[in-house]
Design a protein around this ligand. Sequence first.
Ligand code: ATP
Length: 607
Amino acid sequence: MRRLRKTDTNLNNESIEGWNVIRKVAPYLWPAGETGVKVRVVLALAMLLVAKLISVATPLFYKHAVDALSAEADPALWLGMGAVGLTVAYGMARLMNVGLSQLRDAVFAPVGQRALRRLAYETFVHIHSLSMRYHITRKTGGLSRIIERGVKGVDFLLRFLVFNMGPLVLELLLVAGILFYLFDVWYLAVVVLTIALYVWFTFAVTEWRVKIRKKMNDQDTEANQKAIDSLLNFETVKYFAAERWEADRYDRAMEGYEQAALKTSYSLSFLNFGQSFLITSGLVAVMVMAAVGVQNGGLSVGDFVMVNAYMIQITMPLNFLGSVYREIRQAMIDMSEMFTLLGQPAEITDKPGAKPLAVSGGTIALKDVSFGYEAERPILRGVDIEVPAGKTIAIVGSSGSGKSTIGRLLFRFYDVNDGALTIDGQDVRDVTQESLHQQIGVVPQDTVLFNDTIYYNIAYGRPDASEAAIIAAAKAAKIHHFVMSLPSGYDTAVGERGLKLSGGEKQRVGIARTLLKNPPILLLDEATSALDTDTEREIQAELKAMGQGRTVITIAHRLSTISDADEIIVLENGKIVERGKHEALLTRNGRYAQLWQRQAADEEEAA
Ligand code: ATP
């Protein structure tokens, strides 16, 4: 939450500049090189202009129809039409206005939808490109809501700013001009004063309301994040019988929302009443002036009716100015949150002109690597490791010594602070991340699956793989038999994060999809979560088979599984304290021997 607040202040300070946001949206509506889109935009704007001209002329037909009917006037003809003709023309004008507006919406809709889709796509791609560091600090629920609200904001802006606010201003100008031309400057003055007061009042009150709305938004996000976090951890909640605690926490967040929502609704009533007061005052003032004019004989009854029609015509859309303005402000905030996210630089990026990683054998070298997630806390200090092509090294050490960190550096989730990490002589910082990720297969401590079928999850390793290849991978990972025993076989859904499968089954699906990927380099992060000994042993055998002919780094917790590694590296506090083959290390009787004896004793005890 503290993080979120920080972003909010930034927003208030700089990013809410509406034009900035509009400038960012504009290229989506006027995409370079897409003539079809541009034609649609021009057509829609032309229809808009014609519709407005017709709509402004409509009261004129009305006025002349009334004049033609009123007893004291000459049975005057306007444009050669009598009262009936004028009334029909009045109806036609109204109809054309509506028809053109609908047509305009239809012409513009594909432009808007395409812009939305592209924006959502770009934000999604960008979020994926952001670094690990960003992802683990940011809450996923919060992120997806930022996209959702941002895209909605753009949608709103398109529909209302372009096709309501713009036309409204145009219409106001036209009507003001007509009133000035047909009557006198006082009518114009009253209309201008009314609208100026109205706009000032609306904007001022709305500004104040936006702050309340922002608070409401924050509370909403907070309650949502709490709910999502709690639901994602539902198992833990059950383990600790913490349903009540979770519900209370959620309720407290919702209470804040309740308060903010009430304030929002009260302030809306105030705004609505104030607006009505101003509009009605202006309307009555103009009509009184017209009534006096009719009594003095200077104006016709038709003029009185027309003044009323114009006033209604311009004040009706003004009625929703407040909510539109508020929504636009809100949309601006939401969009600027999204654009801030889009502008968030990725920590790890490809160098300009980075080449794809060319793997010949897959020799991995860490040269004097130092790294810390935070500057003040070093995790790895001067680590030197070389894994010759096709060999297997194992990294052991107590929990927190930095074993998994080495894997993350290999995958370039983070960059080293000092030293270098190379594959076949190429620094991982000099090659494209995509090629790097393609060459390394990872079986993590805890395989997390997509909420889809087993087939989909295995095929994720190589989406273009044939069914036969997928089944072969499943067989090699010794999961085919199990899958076939399920009623839906490969079409079995695995549940969110793969929760419907056991730890061992998940692990095997993970192995199958890595086998399918068939990378020259493997990173095996041994499961710490205890699988039962048999399953553990079988999976070990499968991992070992998978390592044949590849360069393998195993992060090991059980020493018995790595005794035949080509080299074992013992890491303590981010430093290599011992290295060598299993037997040699045992003979040395150092840290490794100590770990080995402790584990042997533990296993004996367990047995
Ligand atoms: P284990 O055997 O328990 O998996 P490990 O040796 O693999 O431990 P690492 O995961 O490499 O340990 O973590 C090394 C240290 O870095 C730990 O003390 C951990 O708290 C810290 N650490 C890990 N990830 C982060 C992070 N994203 N930000 C800050 N510190 C981190």
